[in-house]
Design a protein around this ligand. Structure first.
Ligand SMILES: [Zn+2]
Length: 344
């Protein structure tokens, strides 16, 4: 097919793996930096573009943390969340499960109730004003250890905001074994939350097995190394456990050496339910539409194939059945109109 990007840009989409702070565009970061002039983050867009050019992964972490440091008050949280939704609306993202790390905010002294009110206020405004449905995944920052896990589980249970649907685990995998988090996932699951840990991004397939058998994962964040284990692929396919694939992120973090070698083809060939996501889009210089473009090229998809990919995300989402049906129909209608012609 010719350039798929105009089709992708207008396609209604759902995103399942995208982090709150990592979604802050230079525009949003500039706005936050202007509110906190003592921070070292530049406020003009040109200097910010340089600031967002990473020399290596350690530099990426530094920049990421400096943006975390700009989110200091409930009003910052609200602004970040609503503006992220505005960027999503521009990409025709209709539904997103946004991964939020409440521990980073409450540890910084933002009162927990005020934090929950800020994200909920932004969620309701995003739905009413932008037509973007937001849901939350509260994730444990793995590098902060069991104390962070306990705090995140407590916040999810005691301060549960209306939009919370799932419980996750992010941060580094090496040296941060998944099974130690079992008690916190058990708590969250008992509360009716879905289990969606990151696994198999920078470690092997055993981490994905641990996520499945110990943390009772219903979807896997990344799962890149699953392709090394045919039995695991078979298990994922059989149980319709989706992988949240984030191609550009995998290159940026060197989980995959070269985009041409990305294992998304093997995942699809094995019958696994694959979804495409942007992870930390602005940190990695991408957005969801670009990620769909990459996936379409790697998988050799035409418009119908791209629409199927978008419907995978709807199926794997934690929307209610009516919401899923509506968005899937919207995707079908858009695709049929596009293929019918000349309006484009
Ligand atoms: Zn992630």
């Amino acid at each position: 097919m010719t350039d798929p990007h105009p089709f992708i840009a207008g396609l209604p989409k759902a995103e399942l793996h995208v982090h709150h702070v990592g979604s802050a565009s230079p525009r949003i970061v500039a706005e936050l930096a202007a509110r906190h002039p003592d921070s070292k983050v530049p406020t003009d867009p040109e200097a910010l573009a340089d600031y967002f050019t990473f020399t290596d992964f350690a530099h990426f972490i530094d920049v990421y943390l400096s943006v975390v440091d700009l989110v200091r008050t409930p009003e910052d949280v609200r602004l970040l969340t609503f503006e992220v939704a505005r960027d999503m609306a521009r990409q025709n993202i209709r539904y997103a499960e946004l991964t939020v790390t409440p521990f980073s905010s409450t540890r910084r002294g933002i009162p927990e109730v005020a934090f929950m009110e800020a994200i909920e206020d932004a969620r309701k405004a995003a739905e009413a004003e932008l037509g973007v449905i937001l849901r939350w995944c509260f994730d444990i920052p793995g590098e902060a250890g069991l104390q962070a896990a306990e705090e995140t589980a407590r916040l999810a249970v005691e301060r549960r905001p209306e939009g919370l649907v799932s419980f996750g685990l992010g941060g580094p995998e090496i040296g941060v074994e998944r099974p130690q988090f079992k008690p916190y996932f058990d708590l969250a699951i008992a509360e009716g939350l879905h289990s969606v840990p990151h696994a198999g991004e920078t470690t092997g397939p055993q981490t994905v097995w641990d996520a499945l058998t110990v943390l009772r994962a219903e979807r896997i964040g990344h799962g890149t190394s699953a392709v090394q284990d045919p039995k695991l692929l078979e298990h994922l396919a059989e149980h319709r456990i989706a992988l949240e694939v984030c191609p550009t992120s995998n290159i940026a973090t060197r989980a995959v050496a070269d985009i041409e070698l990305h294992p998304i083809r093997e995942m699809v060939a094995a019958g696994v339910l694959v979804t495409v996501n942007s992870d930390d889009p602005h940190m990695f210089g991408t957005d969801l539409n670009s990620e769909y473009g990459i996936a379409a090229r790697l998988l050799g998809l035409d418009e119908q194939g791209i629409a199927e990919l978008a419907k995978n995300a709807v199926e794997a989402s934690f929307m209610d059945p009516a919401g899923k049906r509506r968005l899937a129909e919207e995707i079908d209608t858009y695709t049929a109109n596009w293929l019918r012609g000349p309006a484009r």
